[in-house]
Design a protein around this ligand. Structure first.
Ligand SMILES: Cc1cc2nc3c(=O)[nH]c(=O)nc-3n(C[C@H](O)[C@H](O)[C@H](O)COP(=O)(O)O)c2cc1C
Length: 209
């Protein structure tokens, strides 16, 4: 889709919330600098505890670097899964396949992270991540969180290769790009409200509509 067409089709926030889904197939082209900067501007408008703005960003648009990173990340992710919960055979098969690229062949990876420590820095980075993904969706772009890259991104070797300072902690790695084809919406459970204290009448049962 041309840049002008994309702009004309920008969605409202609520439309973008409903339309956003994890996109795992992308057109080969990468995003231009202005588009990435617009996404970063959206990210930094997120709420931030004590106005610390702890986030910083790393952008990787080199496809061969992304492929190398994917290859480094896959065994580390499997190892992490094996320590936590047993991965399903399907997950093992996918991650052991030499052709599987954890970044779904997207041309742009934006890593949101921080050089700061504190109780809320991770929350701030995830809020920035959601802002970025909703903005991407509103602009006709697809995105996907790639949590499976985190172990690799936080190794000294990968930080050095990407020119990331040692004290930076990657928190929310997100691929962004022009979607190829349609991504199906995943279902959601109804909001589970455990208690709702109404004015004057106190707590009442709330049944899902
Ligand atoms: C913390 C986190 C880590 C995720 N890691 C991955 C990942 O490594 N690879 C991937 O394809 N999707 C990943 N996802 C995307 C989820 O699979 C996806 O959000 C979920 O299935 C719901 O689908 P939807 O985003 O299309 O609504 C991750 C999402 C979150 C929030």
């Amino acid at each position: 889709m041309a840049e002008a067409d994309r702009k004309n089709r920008e969605l409202s926030v609520f439309q973008a919330i409903l339309a956003r889904r994890s996109v795992r197939t992308y057109e080969p082209r990468t995003l231009d600098i202005t588009t990435v900067q617009t996404l970063l501007e959206a990210a930094v408008r997120a709420p931030t505890a004590m106005h610390e703005e702890p986030w910083s960003f790393v952008v990787v648009q080199d496809k061969s670097a992304l492929k190398r990173l994917s290859d480094d990340a896959k065994p580390l992710f499997i190892e992490r899964l094996l320590h936590a919960e047993p991965p399903t055979p399907r997950v093992l098969h996918t991650f052991n396949h030499p052709d599987f690229n954890i970044f779904h062949e997207a041309g742009t990876l934006i890593i949101i992270g921080t050089k700061m420590s504190g109780s809320f820095v991770e929350a701030d980075c995830w809020l920035a991540a959601e802002n970025l993904m909703l903005a991407a969706c509103a602009m006709g772009l697809g995105s996907c969180v790639v949590g499976s890259s985190l172990s690799a991104l936080n190794t000294p070797a990968v930080k050095a290769a990407l020119g990331i300072p040692a004290e930076f902690k990657a928190i929310a790695p997100i691929v962004v790009g022009v979607p190829r084809g349609k991504s199906v919406a995943t279902p959601r459970k109804k909001p589970q409200v455990l208690s709702w204290m109404f004015p004057n009448v106190g707590v009442r049962d709330v049944h899902p509509s």
